[in-house]
Structures are given as C-alpha cells and as structure tokens.
Design a protein. Structure first.
Length: 271
C-alpha cells in the first residue's frame, strides 16, 4: 500500500485504498508496526511503477513524497526502514531548479550514517555518488536510452543484491548526465559500453546507486518522445522492440533485486 504526501497548501491526500487513519505527514503518522520505505519522487514522470508493487509485496509500505510537486521532505529518516531516491532530469546539486534537493542530500547522508538501507535510481544514484565524494557531470559522454546490456563485475559476486545473477543482464536507461567518478568508498558492481558506472555500493553501508531504471518497463518506453530518441541517434521502433524482447528476463532479475533489498530493510528494521 502506498501513502502520498501532499503540497503544504492543500489537505493531506492518500491514494485510493489507503486507510485515512494512516495518512502521512512525513513519516510520523503511519502505523508504528509497519516497515516504511520513504520514497522521494523528483519529477512527475519518475514514479515507482512496478518497483512500488514489488516492495509492497515484500513487506515495505511506501511513503511517497512528491517533492517535485511541492511536498515537504521529512526532517530525518527516523522511523524509516528504507530510503529510495528516484530519477529526474536534474543534477544532484541543482538546488536553484529543485530546492528540495538540499534536504534530499541531508536524508541520504543520514541514511548512510545510521545504516538505513538506501537505493538511489538514476538521479538518486548520482546523488548518492555525489554526497559520498564521487563526481557527476551533465551531458557527459553518449546518451543511453532503452534496454541496455549491463555487465556485472567480479565485485558483484558477493554483493547482497547482485550475487548469483547472470553475468550480463539488461536495464532500462534514459539519461544524458552520468557519474564520472565513484566515491573512494564505493564498490563498483556493473558497467555498460557507454557508461561505466551503472551500479555501485557504498562500502560498510547498505546503500546502492543505479544509473538504470529497474522500475521502467516496455509499456513505458512506448510512451517516450520519439523525436527526442531520434535526436539522440536512436531508432524509436528498435528501442521499443528491444525493450519488449528483453522484458521477461529483466523482470526476473529486478524482481529478485527488489526482494533482496526489501529483505535487508525489513530485517534491519525488525531488529
């Protein structure tokens, strides 16, 4: 079940099916016994999609903060079983365009310090790299759009999320900005031909950054701007065809990743 915060200027709202008794104002009013995943949405188009369903199935109740729409971020990660930072067409320190990013960085640092499991996706992964001492550059290298082959590195063999997965998997990409230098404390987990830093973990913390989008599916790709894809050098029809062909295997991989992340979060929170 997903709860959603609202703009300060309007009354709190919840998604259909949400118990009004557990409407959120940050994290404080969800039932204390629940394992809550605090999720920050940085743009209108960067929703949780299937990842939200998977996390819910595995015991995490999503507390979605629509930061792009004016919802205030909580002051801390206290009470959260996990923190998930979603994507968006921003740099992680673009505070003039997205003022909430300053508090998002505060929450990410707090998660690292307190051991709250953290998952950063696209912009979220870049933000994690940024706060941990890595480097992120705008419009860097060649763009990636669509289903993309990701090669797991040897370091992934004993990673809590990536262990025992196929050596090559596919992930959905849609970015022009990129991580250009990992933090010194990062364990490099996966790479692609165009963008080397596709997945990493911060050493000593249950914190992962992804450049790709495990939540994105072929149905969403069909809605992408075809002219924009052509401008980037992609054939829109081929992008859709490849996404559809890769989807069954990709779903199996990212569903397992979601299960493992939720298990880490719920077990730590229960302890």
């Amino acid at each position: 079940m997903t709860s959603r915060t609202s703009r300060a200027s309007r009354a709190p709202t919840t998604r259909p099916g949400t118990d009004p008794a557990t409407r959120t104002e940050g994290l404080s009013t969800i039932t204390a016994a629940e394992h809550r995943a605090l999720v920050i949405q940085n743009s209108k188009t960067s929703g949780l999609r299937r990842l939200g369903d998977w996390l819910a199935e595995d015991g995490l109740r999503v507390d979605l903060v629509e930061a792009y729409d004016g919802a205030a971020l909580p002051e801390s990660t206290d009470g959260a079983a996990a923190l998930v930072l979603l994507g968006g067409g921003l740099m992680p320190d673009a505070d003039e365009k997205a003022p909430w990013l300053a508090q998002e960085r505060v929450l990410a640092r707090a998660a690292l310090e307190s051991g709250v499991p953290l998952l950063g996706i696209c912009l979220g992964g870049q933000l994690l790299a940024h706060i941990a001492g890595g480097e992120v550059k705008p419009d860097h290298g060649l763009p990636e759009s669509g289903s993309t082959a990701l090669t797991l590195r040897p370091e992934a063999a004993d990673d809590p999320l990536f262990r025992e997965l196929p050596e090559v998997v596919t992930g959905m990409e849609h970015h022009v900005d990129a991580i250009t230098g990992l933090p010194a404390t990062a364990v490099w987990l996966a790479q692609s031909d165009r963008c080397p830093y596709q997945a990493f973990r911060i050493e000593g913390a249950p914190a992962w950054g992804f450049q790709f989008h495990p939540e994105a599916d072929a149905a969403g790709v069909r809605k992408w701007d075809r002219d924009r894809l052509r401008e980037q050098g992609f054939d829109p029809d081929e992008v859709v065809r490849q996404a559809e062909a890769d989807e069954p295997a990709a779903v199996a991989v990212w569903r397992e990743i979601a299960r493992r992340f939720a298990e880490i979060a719920t077990s730590r929170h229960a302890g």
